[in-house]
Design a protein around this ligand. Structure first.
Ligand SMILES: [Zn+2]
Length: 157
């Protein structure tokens, strides 16, 4: 006779302080964001790809990009999104919109929140958002060198 095993859940928490070494290129990106309210990417002199956040080398051409900086225009498009209605640990209270955004001439996408969306009816918001939707970047007055120093909203045009 086979007995069914009870599947148990054991609650627990991790308190894990850590320090991320931003490196030379990451540090300049953060400094420009914090001190000058601008997004800087690196542009490959071989293939022309612009990476945002910047990288120290082109992963396609293996060329150093440390001296190939470009300012990225703070406008872009929504490339993918999710209207989040369930809580996840260590993030904001739902509902909220998280998306991938192509910013300026960047060849890469960044992950961020899409702000200033009416989420009183999340299903309605899902229907109104679309891939390719124009967005713009706004910089907070108080910046501390974090990803949240800027935020993304639908373009106001
Ligand atoms: Zn390249």
């Amino acid at each position: 006779m086979e007995e069914k095993t009870e599947l148990l859940e054991i609650p627990g928490t991790w308190d894990l302080p850590w320090m991320y070494a931003a490196g030379e290129v990451g540090s300049r990106y953060i400094e420009e964001l914090r001190d000058n309210a601008r997004l800087m990417g690196t542009k490959c002199p071989e293939c022309g790809r612009v990476q945002l956040p910047p990288k120290s080398f082109c992963e396609r051409c293996f060329v150093s990009l440390k001296d190939h900086w470009v300012e990225v225009e703070p406008k872009g498009t929504l490339e993918a999104f999710a209207v989040v209605t369930l809580p996840f640990p260590e993030t904001r209270e739902p509902p909220y919109v998280v998306g991938y955004f192509k910013i300026g001439a960047a060849s890469t996408n960044i992950l961020h929140f899409l702000e200033e969306i009416d989420l009183t009816d999340p299903d309605k918001a899902r229907e109104e958002l679309y891939i390719g939707m124009p967005v713009e970047v706004r910089f907070r007055e108080e910046r501390e060198g974090r990803m949240m120093d800027f935020y993304i909203v639908p373009a106001q045009d």
